[in-house]
Write a protein that binds this ligand. Structure first.
Ligand code: ARG
Ligand code: ZN
Length: 898
């Protein structure tokens, strides 16, 4: 247990490492109870006199040799955080032997055992839990690895790169030798050893090299890895065609782990994945699961260039690889969704992907950026880097890359990326190096301009606001748009007393519609560019104006098309204008946005009514707007499913001055029920029109139909349609795929009669109890049900299938209850908050990284109604005052209370 007081590390304190570690040979005698690691380092001094400081945690040192001689104890010190060796010469061969205990490692960082298989997770600072080493990304070395283990228990021995030898040894042991031809930092090291099966294929790369692709899983799952392998092939092809980036290895492996802290890890040539992002078949995986598998496989594969070939100088630069790689995986998914469709359908598929990404950004990143953990995509300081694998670094980081693509154009962006690799292949670099490469191209196409204002996106936290003022002059037929940006200090900025923040470079895409909803051709005063329907305004100062000419009458503006920047737009639309945009905007994203805004207004008004004890009512025009999308024949099912979904609770909460979560959830449920009731015939028609008979396929067209049908079913059931319960129960019982089965079960649990729900839940467990990923779904459904309170959750925690040690299982119940169950978690008696504190502490003893994620459920406590926020604060204090808290959780709860 860590007891030291938290140390803040700041970006400015970066110093190069005083030694080069040119080669590393790692030798493992794998034993679950105690593994012997012998590490041979070839060191080259770069700075006179500096001692060699190696990181190391929870290791037992066995011996140290320098150039073959045992090192005298007077020459080194070993402590809780590592090993310091004095008086080393210019070039040294250092050999360190140490032991670690994989079986006892519940943190899942470093070397651990899951389901009888050895795995490693080294990013960010896990390698130091394996052996003593400079555990930082700017120390890059050539690795060779020898793995030794009992052959019967651990028949498969994997590490990075190429297998160069495998031999049987006496006593039933065997060994394998691996060599990675590329220099890499230690966070990209991996080993896997155990009983595994695999599926493989051989493909030729662009330049004609044959490569071996493999997907490994526990025995018995070989029929669930086909989609993953196909996704890997698609990712390989896509990076070749979109960015001319080719696989640089002869062999690329993916291994599924049951116990894994995050989604997956891009170790060179040996990606380790959370099994949830590998295993799928129609009976157990939903459309969303298939989509997530393809996205994460793409993401990790793309890291091979953006992360591995060019890596980060230090962890403050994390977004250099993560923001860029999320951007790449989002583009990959969008291209895959659009493949094989005609132009209109392809455009709609891309918009659907954009909507899904923006929904995530708003529900996860916007609240983060307004709360106690707010940080720039390139943080200025941290106490525990594990706490900075955030929506800001990942998702906002991706938006910042996307804006660069918008400003440079797709070709310019590709050129900038090529320049980045020309300059930095094989190096550990900074975010600024990336922008400099992009800027070199931008300056060629935009003479006299640069990205100096744009760079502030890397140093500022907070979601900027862009206020829009529109003036129209009948006499001159001119329409003037004024944009004004602002970004209030948040989180650490506020604590540091920062009051003014420089303006950002904001690409703002917009259009104008006439009173009939027709797109107006945009002609900017003083520009000779041909008129077009859409215009990209570049706001680089606090405020700026643009004048459009020949506008026949006061138009309706269509703002922030395609979400061209991660900002909040402020403009006073009337309901009628929003309805017009929702019905006619030629930009499908803005059209969706208008509907979401209309729904937001309705739900927030209903929330006020609920709080005031008044009946919540729904405006007829809103119902008609929903009906028109529901019955529109020019919109595909996937798009309509997004346009008709209600805004997320977390996004709505950010709009309230004081969050009353139960009133909000009640109002949102009421709105769903009312829309269900008043549009019952149309919902039923949508159910009937969107059946997907025949063999299951997770393709976007079929998935879109299922999404539309299942949304309609939920509205119908919530609205009390008499035929709905039978339909939903029938779908639960007879469906041949998990998407439909889960949707039916979810509708029953949330909106159906209790007995029907309980019967179906029991049946589900019976049917799927041997499949861990399905059991996770079963826990999640109950954790998020409006009928579940702390007592119910505690009952589920003693279910034989529950364990806190498996992160997926902990997430499926504990996290889901605390994060996604407004009724149960926010009970006025505070029982949810006390439960949260207990679970944070229990998890912290096992796995600090996971515990710290749960700790963040309280991030926004200060915004809740006083009766709740006082109790939330109490729970936070109880956790903070607990002795022996990890550094991870300490950072989160103390920032929340600052
Ligand atoms: N680089 C990984 C990815 O995004 C994430 C690894 C984070 N690991 C951790 N223990 N925080 O693909
Ligand atoms: Zn990543």
């Amino acid at each position: 247990m860590r007891t030291d007081s938290p140390v803040t590390i700041s970006r400015q304190s970066y110093r190069p490492y005083p030694f080069e570690v040119t080669a590393v040979h790692l030798d493992f005698d794998l034993d679950p109870a105690s593994t012997l690691v012998t590490s041979r380092l070839s060191l080259h001094r770069k700075e006179a006199n500096a001692p060699l400081v190696l990181d190391g945690e929870e290791l037992d040192l066995v011996s140290i040799k320098v150039d073959g001689q045992l090192l005298d104890a007077s020459r080194y010190e070993v402590g809780e955080h590592g090993l310091t060796i004095h008086g080393l010469g210019q070039t040294v061969e250092l050999e360190i032997a140490n032991r670690c205990s994989p079986q006892a490692n519940s943190t899942l960082m470093g070397l651990y055992v899951s389901n009888g298989v050895f795995f490693t997770q080294c990013e960010a600072e896990g390698f130091r839990r394996i052996t003593y080493f400079p555990d930082r990304p700017d120390v890059m070395s050539r690795f060779t690895v020898t793995l030794r283990a009992a052959k019967a228990e651990f028949p498969v021995l994997l590490s990075n790169g190429n297998l160069i030898g495998q031999t049987d040894l006496p006593d039933g042991r065997h060994e394998a030798q691996w060599e990675d031809p590329f220099m890499k930092p230690c966070y990209l090291f991996a080993l896997v050893a155990g009983k595994l099966t695999w599926r493989e294929s051989r493909v030729n790369t662009q330049s004609g090299r044959e490569v071996l692709l493999q997907v490994y899983s526990d025995p018995g799952n070989e029929n669930k890895t086909q989609f993953a392998l196909e996704s890997l092939e698609r990712a390989l092809r896509w990076d070749e065609t979109r960015f001319s980036l080719e696989l640089d290895l002869d062999r690329f492996m993916i291994v599924a782990a049951r116990d894994f802290n995050m989604g997956a890890m891009e170790n060179k040539g040996l990606n380790v994945f959370n099994a949830a992002y590998v295993l799928a078949d129609p009976d157990s995986a939903t459309d969303a699961n298939y989509g997530a598998i393809e996205a994460v496989i793409g993401h990790e594969y793309f890291h091979n260039w953006t992360g591995n070939r060019v890596t980060c100088r230090d962890w403050f630069q994390l977004s250099l690889k993560e923001g860029l790689t999320v951007f790449r995986d989002q583009e990959f998914t969008a291209d895959m969704m659009a493949t094989g469709l005609d132009e209109t359908a392809a455009a709609s598929a891309r918009t659907v992907k954009r909507i899904d990404d923006v929904v995530t950004l708003r529900a996860a990143q916007f609240p983060e950026d307004a709360g106690p953990m707010a940080h720039p995509i390139r943080p200025e300081s941290y106490q525990e880097i594990g706490n900075f694998y955030t929506a800001t670094v990942y998702e906002k980081g991706s938006e910042v890359i996307r804006m660069q693509q918008t400003l440079l154009g797709p070709d310019g962006f590709n050129e900038g990326l090529a320049e980045y690799f020309r300059r930095h292949d094989g190096q550990a670099v900074t975010c600024d190096d990336f922008v400099a490469a992009m800027e070199s191209v931008y300056q060629k196409t935009h003479p006299g301009r640069d990205l100096s204002v744009f760079r502030h996106w890397y140093s500022q936290a907070g979601t900027p606001r862009v206020k829009v003022d529109m003036r129209y002059d009948d006499a001159t037929r001119r329409c003037t748009l004024r944009l004004t940006q602002s970004c209030a200090p948040v989180g650490v900025e506020r604590l540091a007393g920062i009051a003014v923040k420089p303006p950002l470079h904001i690409p703002f895409s917009m259009g104008l519609l006439d009173a009939d909803g027709k797109a107006l051709p945009l002609k900017l005063a003083g520009s000779d560019a041909a008129a077009s329907d859409s215009c990209l305004l570049e706001l680089t100062t606090e405020t700026a104006e643009w004048v459009f000419e020949d506008i026949p009458s006061r138009p309706v503006p269509s703002l922030l098309r395609d979400f061209s920047a991660p900002v909040i737009v402020e403009y006073d639309f009337s309901d009628a204008e929003l309805a017009l945009l929702m019905a006619h905007d030629t930009n499908a994203f803005a059209r969706w946005e208008a509907g979401q805004q209309l729904a937001t207004r309705q739900i927030l008004a209903a929330t006020d009514a609920v709080r005031g004890g008044q009946p919540a009512s729904l405006s007829d025009s809103f119902v008609e707007a929903w009906r028109s999308v529901l019955t529109a024949t020019d919109l595909d099912a996937a798009y309509r499913a997004r346009a008709l979904a209600l805004p997320a609770e977390k996004t709505l909460a950010e709009r309230m001055t004081e969050v009353d979560p139960i009133a909000l959830a009640t109002a949102r449920d009421h709105l769903r029920a009312e829309l269900g009731r008043r549009l019952a015939a149309d919902w039923q028609a949508a159910v009937d029109a969107n059946q997907t008979p025949g063999e299951y396929s997770p393709d976007p067209i079929a998935a879109g139909k299922r999404a539309m049908k299942n949304l309609a079913l939920a509205f119908l059931l919530a609205g009390g349609a008499p035929q709905a319960e039978a339909q939903v129960s029938e779908q639960y019982a007879s469906s041949k795929n998990m998407t439909d089965r889960m949707a039916a079960l979810s509708a029953l649990v949330n909106f159906g009669p209790r007995e029907a729900a309980n019967t179906a839940l029991a049946d589900f467990f019976e049917r799927y109890q041997s499949d861990p990923l399905s059991v996770d779904k079963w826990f999640t459904l109950q954790a998020t049900s409006r009928h579940t309170d702390v007592e119910t959750v505690n009952g589920l925690m003693v279910h034989p299938a529950f364990t806190l040690r498996n992160p997926n299982r902990a997430r499926s119940l504990v996290f889901q209850f605390c994060l996604n169950n407004p009724y149960g978690f926010h009970r006025p008696d505070g029982s949810g908050y006390r439960y949260w504190a207990e679970q944070v502490l229990a998890l912290d003893r096992l796995n600090p990284e996971i515990s710290a994620r749960l700790a963040r459920a309280m991030d926004r406590w200060i915004r809740y109604v006083p009766a709740l926020s006082a109790q939330m604060k109490q729970a936070l204090e109880d956790v903070r005052n607990h002795p022996g808290l990890s550094r991870n959780v300490t950072e989160i709860v103390s920032k929340a209370l600052e």
